[in-house]
Each structure stands twice: as structure tokens, then as C-alpha cells.
Ligand binder design. Structure first.
Ligand SMILES: Nc1ncnc2c1ncn2[C@@H]1O[C@H](COP(=O)(O)OP(=O)(O)OP(=O)(O)O)[C@@H](O)[C@H]1O
Ligand SMILES: [Mg+2]
Length: 341
């Protein structure tokens, strides 16, 4: 995979070519101060309002011994959140133009690894502050911003200049069983994989031929020879009426998840020689039992989220009781070890 191929897979390169066949989207240039903010580890959330005030707990009981110490000092700290008024209003305008709910991305990636942090556990956003929360929590977004050419074979050539962009796509309820990833080598569709391979979908087994046929038609009529590269990976969605839509374009290489194939198979020619009549089609069959979701390793324990958001008050009370009893236990142990003189 060459740097040029990565450049060609940017949203703003492929979207104008295939606009008619994909979800309506808007592209906004990302100002440098917003990029700096996204890369800054220190500040987590921007409020969207003028100031974000964080108060330490000053409301304390008279009995200081019994009280939980939330903070070392009792002063009130004010954290000024960064403000991007012009950008904020442009983004809000774009969100409204797309129906009020969007799926956000950068040049290549969506923050798929961060949906656990959103209140609705989804990538659906209605405001810039929701987008920021996802972007700042996502390793995939950081990858786009800091090392987009990481796995390219032409490391000695200078990195092409990238103009970072915020991509807002109209929110669409996509059924995961309708999503497929298609691998194109030398302008030939060589392989198709079920995208959500951790699940078994009975309809895929039943409609294998129709699905393959529909994707093949879509490729030869709309995609083939229209993209600047001859090797690439495209994602599609087949809706309930059987119509195929383009969802994304990705580089043909290790940075792209090869799902039910391996990159070795896809690049060595093994897949091409096997198929005379069309692409190899792989999907999960019923024999496969439950598999973990690929983004699971990016998540944190549910208990932690409940505690931090105060969502489960009883869990919080249990947690505080536990901490207190542990403290008391260790104090007792200390006393036993060092009996008072
Ligand atoms: N407009 C949309 N509305 C709702 N969900 C969407 C939308 N676009 C994409 N999705 C969902 O999000 C998933 C990821 O989207 P997309 O492929 O654009 O992200 P990505 O970061 O490029 O992923 P990958 O790293 O796998 O290439 C899709 O498989 C689809 O389920
Ligand atoms: Mg992609």
C-alpha cells in the first residue's frame, strides 16, 4: 500500500465521485485550533456554552471524620473550555441541514472505538460537543491525525500534505446484517465478506446468490474503473429492498480489516485463482458460536461507567461502603501490627 492510495481513500476524494450511491454527507475543513484541541490530552469536554465550571465539593458535614474527602483543596476551580464559536455554528448548521442527527468521521475513520463513552452508546450526534467527546476518546481518530501513513510501503517518500476535514453523514439506521466489505484487486472484485462477522445472519445464508449478484452488479455498473486506484476496498449496504449503497472506501492493505479473509490470501493470488465465476463470498455460518465484538478491548467496565456518571446510585453507595470498610480494616490491621504504647 502506497501513501498515494491512502490519500485517494480520503472521504473528500471519493465522495464527489460516488455521491449518487452513498449517504448524503457534508464536509467541513477542520481549523488548526480544533485539531490542536482534539490532540490535547488535558481537556476532555467542550461545553458548547461559554464556560465549563467544575466545582470541588465544598458542602461538607460538620463531622469531618465521617466525611468523604473528594478533593485535597476546598477552593472552586474554573476550567475554561476552549471555544470555537464560528466552527460550532457551521457544524450546527450542517447537522440541521442533514436532519439533526449525524454520523461523524474524519478523513478516513469514524470513532468506532469510542461509542461506549457516549450517553446513548452510539455514534449518533446532534451537536459538536457530542462529536468532540467521541473524537477525543478515540484511538482511531488520533491515528488519522497523527500517523495516517503508518503502514505504507513507501516510507522514504515525503508524507503528502493532508487537509483535515470533519465529515458529517446523515444518520441512517443500518442493519449490521446488511453490510458487506468488498475487496478489489486490479479493478476486479475478488472477495466479499460479511462485515459484522461476529454474528450469524440466517438471511445471508438463504440469499447468498442474490446478495453476491447485487453487489457484483453494483460494482460493475458504478464502481469499477471510476476510482483513481485499481486496488481498493469498498463497503456496501444492501437495504431491505435489495438496493445496494456505498458506505465507505478503504485502502487495499493491512490498515483495513480483512474480516473473514486474511491479507495473505487476498494479496498472494490464492483467492483469485479459486474463483472463475465471481468473487469469493464469505459469511459466518451457524456453527460459529458467540464471538467478542472487535471493539471490545477499547471499552471500560460497565461498573466504572455507572460509577462515574452516577447512573446507578446503589452501585455508588455500595462502592463507597466497600471503600470505607476496607479503610477501616487496614486501619485495624495497622493497629494490630503497631499496638499503641
Ligand atoms: N451515516 C451513517 N449512519 C449510521 N451509521 C453509520 C453511518 N455510516 C456508517 N455507519 C455505521 O458505522 C460503521 C462504520 O462506518 P465507516 O465504515 O464509515 O467507519 P470506518 O472508521 O471507516 O470503519 P473501518 O475502519 O472499518 O473502515 C458502518 O459499518 C455502519 O454500521
Ligand atoms: Mg472505512
Amino acid at each position: 500500500m502506497k501513501k498515494e492510495q491512502v490519500v485517494n481513500c480520503q472521504f473528500s476524494v471519493w465522495y464527489p465521485i460516488f455521491k449518487k450511491h452513498t449517504i448524503k454527507s457534508l464536509i467541513l475543513p477542520l481549523p488548526q485550533n480544533v485539531i490542536d484541541y482534539l490532540l490535547d490530552d488535558g481537556t476532555l469536554v467542550v461545553s458548547g456554552s461559554d464556560h465549563n465550571t467544575q466545582q470541588t465539593n465544598t458542602n461538607r458535614d460538620s463531622d469531618a471524620e465521617e466525611d468523604i474527602q473528594w478533593s485535597d483543596d476546598e477552593t472552586t476551580t474554573t476550567v475554561t473550555a476552549p471555544e470555537f464559536p464560528e466552527f460550532t455554528s457551521k457544524v450546527q448548521e450542517a447537522i440541521n441541514a442533514l436532519g439533526g442527527r449525524v454520523f461523524p468521521k474524519l478523513n478516513w475513520s469514524a470513532p468506532r472505538d469510542a461509542n461506549w463513552i457516549a450517553l446513548n452508546s452510539s455514534l449518533q450526534c446532534c451537536s459538536l460537543s457530542e462529536i468532540f467527546l467521541l473524537f477525543k476518546s478515540s484511538d482511531f481518530i488520533t491515528h488519522d491525525l497523527t500517523q495516517p501513513f503508518l503502514q505504507c510501503s513507501d516510507q522514504d517518500s515525503p508524507d503528502p500534505v493532508i487537509n483535515y476535514e470533519l465529515v458529517l453523514r446523515k444518520w441512517s439506521e443500518l442493519i449490521p446484517g446488511g453490510e458487506f466489505r468488498c475487496f478489489v484487486k486490479e479493478n476486479k472484485l475478488i472477495a466479499i465478506s460479511q462485515r459484522d462477522y461476529t454474528q450469524y445472519y440466517q438471511h445471508i445464508l438463504k440469499q447468498e446468490e442474490q446478495i453476491c449478484h447485487a453487489i457484483n452488479e453494483f460494482f460493475s455498473q458504478h464502481i469499477q474503473y471510476n476510482f483513481p486506484d485499481e486496488d481498493f476496498v469498498f463497503d456496501v449496504y444492501r437495504d431491505s429492498q435489495g438496493r445496494v449503497w456505498l458506505i465507505d472506501l478503504n485502502a487495499f492493505g493491512e490498515v483495513t480489516d480483512s474480516l473473514l479473509f486474511s491479507w495473505e490470501e487476498l494479496t498472494s493470488g490464492g483467492i483469485i485463482s479459486q474463483q472463475q465465476e465471481g468473487p469469493a463470498f464469505r459469511y459466518t455460518n451457524s456453527e460459529v458460536t458467540v464471538q467478542p465484538s472487535p471493539c471490545l478491548s477499547y471499552r471500560i467496565p460497565r461498573d466504572f461507567v455507572d460509577l462515574s456518571t452516577g447512573e446507578d446510585a446503589y452501585k455508588l453507595i455500595d462502592f463507597l461502603k466497600l471503600t470505607k470498610s476496607q479503610q477501616e480494616e487496614s486501619e485495624e490491621e495497622e493497629e494490630e501490627e503497631n499496638p499503641p504504647q
